[in-house]
Design a binder for this molecule. Structure first.
Ligand code: CA
Length: 226
């Protein structure tokens, strides 16, 4: 049975989520502040953590940051606000997904299923290469020549997806579905934000151009042109 930790200070919401997910066959546990949540998250093996952002003792971001130093448990952030900064911050700190409150239970279960379907440990350990750009999937590191490129978890996954689909035009919807595991058309602006990060960290820094905007269609990745 897959084990889920719900870190949420609003007890009614926590109870509602636990009830719904238990009914779907998950083993649910709750923590009602950030400190308790972190202790549980570090002390036991969970398959997934639902993590509220606004929490007493430690915020959801702080919990996530400390958790990621030791564990790569899948995390879905529960954000109260719909603003993109909060979402991007959570994803940058290593969250796998986010869900804006209020959400429908059906949406929650879809996201839970998607997060559990992409277990982090089943990745292939191959080295991808496109010219001087290399991505080591086992070590989760990227390099340009000998220089390491520091990428967040999702930036790395997006880069890997592009490298696996070189010279293919990828729509924003496809990228959301394949990299974030969304089963429906979500917020495609997120893709533009992430492409900007990758361009800054790779193309601008090394004076190359890997990421092309294909107007009206999406983006494509190719070996760099100087
Ligand atoms: Ca809260």
């Amino acid at each position: 049975m897959e084990k889920i930790l719900i870190i949420e200070d609003e007890k009614n919401i926590a109870r509602m989520i636990a009830l719904e997910l238990s009914r779907e066959g998950y083993d649910c546990h709750c923590a009602h502040d950030g400190q308790e949540g972190l202790t549980k998250a570090l002390g036991e093996d969970y398959d997934l953590i639902l993590l509220d952002v606004m929490l007493p003792a430690l915020s959801g971001f702080e919990v996530l940051e400390r958790l990621r130093r030791e564990r790569d448990t899948a995390v879905i952030m529960l954000t109260a606000r719909g603003d993109i900064d909060d979402r991007v911050k959570g994803l940058d700190l290593g969250a796998d997904d986010y869900l804006s409150k209020p959400f429908a239970m059906r949406e929650l279960s879809a996201r839970v299923r998607a997060a559990l379907r992409h277990p982090r440990k089943e990745r292939e350990d191959t080295l991808l290469q496109a010219g001087a750009l290399k991505a080591d999937r086992l070590a989760h590191r990227a390099y340009f020549g000998e220089e390491e490129i520091i990428l967040t978890h999702k930036e790395f996954e997006l880069l890997v997806y592009f490298m696996e689909h070189s010279d293919v035009v990828c729509s924003r919807e496809t990228l959301l579905k394949e990299v974030w595991g969304y089963d429906y058309v979500g917020d495609t602006n997120l893709i533009d934000v992430y492409i900007r990060y990758l361009r800054t960290k790779i193309d601008d820094r090394f004076g190359v151009s890997h990421f092309r905007t294909v107007r009206g269609l999406g983006y494509s990745f190719g070996a760099a042109h100087e």
